[in-house]
Ligand binder design. Structure first.
Ligand SMILES: Cc1ncc(COP(=O)(O)O)c(C=O)c1O
Ligand SMILES: [Zn+2]
Length: 408
């Protein structure tokens, strides 16, 4: 039986992945990448995938990217999946960046928007889950679970369905009812938990302790960040021949997006493809801003936010897991942070729609809403090119309802 399985693998097509292993940046433990692991076995922190970027440089892999489909799998040498047949895809990645009409409060600033609202399942979470589900199943996972504010759950449910792998989604009780409904369309089991994503995570891990299910929580397994780093690859791909953005404005919850883009820039630098990194600017909500507070206070790590509240569910993360990595990504790129009040989100959602033709979720609109403050604070300057990341679609949202909610 084993021989038959080995022969079947041999018949598969190699992706050309240059994955070399996993490393913990906290305690410097390194591991082979052929085992399914979650966090660092020595210290419990996040494990990151490493690649032979020297070889990538010799092979000039980036010259192959433009010849391939415009999905995130065009970067397959720098992704972990080993066999093409193991790739679980809905065509994710390849979202364009568009120039927005000038924003009056930001004179002389060129504003661009990258729209991941157009991704399968409606958010950038599809990137992480496409890669992480592909890799987990390649390494033998037979069931997957995740605590989620909504979008990660939708993405895991869809990719789990395509991988024929059972999925359980743990959602905070106050998650809008559309989310569990759509998760069930994909065949996922949904568990509702009182509290925030933090409590959903605790409940999930307690309930799953002996289930054999694999934890797909953000930064608690090594490969979602690999999918999300393709945001950084795509930004470089899109702008390198003209002019790279000076800054990227990104709504921050669990922080995987920022950590992923920073990792992409580091890899591209090692391959000789990027010199100056764009500044990574984190946007959080007034009612839950642990990362921005730590930045402004110059603290080495992030303290949990007390009494977290915001209408943007993806940003309701009071204690992000890999907070030191998030702060590193912002500080090492000379980035910064800002917060916005909930009451500015409905206007920002409406302006993105009415003025720019962009459908944005509250999280995505938060980045756009923060622009005038960032300009006033000198974090964005006249003459610069700035990219705002819209992380999710507004399709599941009723702006009127958000307005009533923030007016309370
Ligand atoms: C639409 C949207 N934007 C942003 C975020 C936060 O992303 P990150 O975990 O990368 O900080 C989330 C997370 O749930 C989200 O759903
Ligand atoms: Zn470690």
């Amino acid at each position: 039986m084993k021989i038959v399985a080995a022969l079947a693998v041999l018949r598969m097509t190699a992706t050309g992945s240059l994955l070399t292993g996993l490393e913990c940046r906290k305690c410097c433990t390194t591991l082979a990448a052929d085992r399914r692991v979650g966090t660092c076995p020595t210290c419990g922190h996040t494990l990151f995938a490493t690649y032979d970027t020297e070889r990538a440089r010799e092979l000039r892999v980036w010259e192959r990217f433009p010849e391939r489909d415009r999905t995130l799998w065009r970067y397959r040498e720098l992704l972990p999946v080993q066999r093409e047949e193991r790739i679980v895809t809905l065509g994710e990645g390849g979202t364009d960046a568009i120039r927005l009409a000038d924003v009056p409060e930001l004179p002389g600033v060129e504003v661009w928007l990258k729209d991941d609202g157009q991704m399968p399942t409606g958010s950038f979470k599809a990137r992480g889950m496409a890669v992480a589900v592909s890799r987990a199943v390649e390494l033998g996972a037979t069931s997957l679970y995740v605590p989620s504010a909504g979008n990660a759950g939708l993405a895991l449910a869809a990719y789990g369905a395509r991988a024929e792998c059972p999925v359980r989604i743990y959602l905070p009780e106050e998650t809008p009812p559309e989310i569990p409904r759509i998760c069930r369309i994909y065949g996922a089991e949904v568990v509702s938990v009182p509290g925030t994503i933090r409590e959903a995570g605790e409940a999930a891990r307690a309930r799953e302790r002996n289930s054999g299910g694999f934890d797909m929580s953000t930064l608690r397994e090594p490969y979602r960040v690999e999918g999300k780093k393709t945001m950084g690859y795509e930004i470089v791909d899109r702008f390198q021949d003209s002019r790279m953005p000076d800054a990227i404005v990104y709504p921050t919850g669990g922080g995987t997006g920022l950590v992923g883009m920073y990792k992409a820039f580091q890899e591209l630098q090692r391959m000789g493809r990027l010199e100056q990194f764009p500044r990574l600017i984190s946007v959080q909500m007034d009612g839950c801003a642990p990362v921005v507070r730590a930045l402004h206070a110059g603290e080495p790590s992030v303290r949990p936010w007390e009494d977290p509240h915001t209408v943007a569910p993806g940003l309701l993360v009071p204690a992000p897991f890999a907070s030191e990595r998030i702060l590193e990504a912002i500080r090492e790129t000379r980035g910064s942070g800002a917060t916005v009040p909930d009451r500015e989100l409905p206007d920002a959602m409406e302006r993105l729609g009415h003025r720019h033709g962009v459908s944005a979720s509250p999280e995505g609109a938060a980045g756009y809403a923060a622009l005038p403050r960032l300009f006033a604070a000198g974090a964005i300057r006249s003459g610069e090119r700035v990219l705002v990341y819209n992380t999710g679609s507004g399709a599941l949202w009723d702006v009127g309802a958000v307005r009533r909610q923030v007016g309370r």
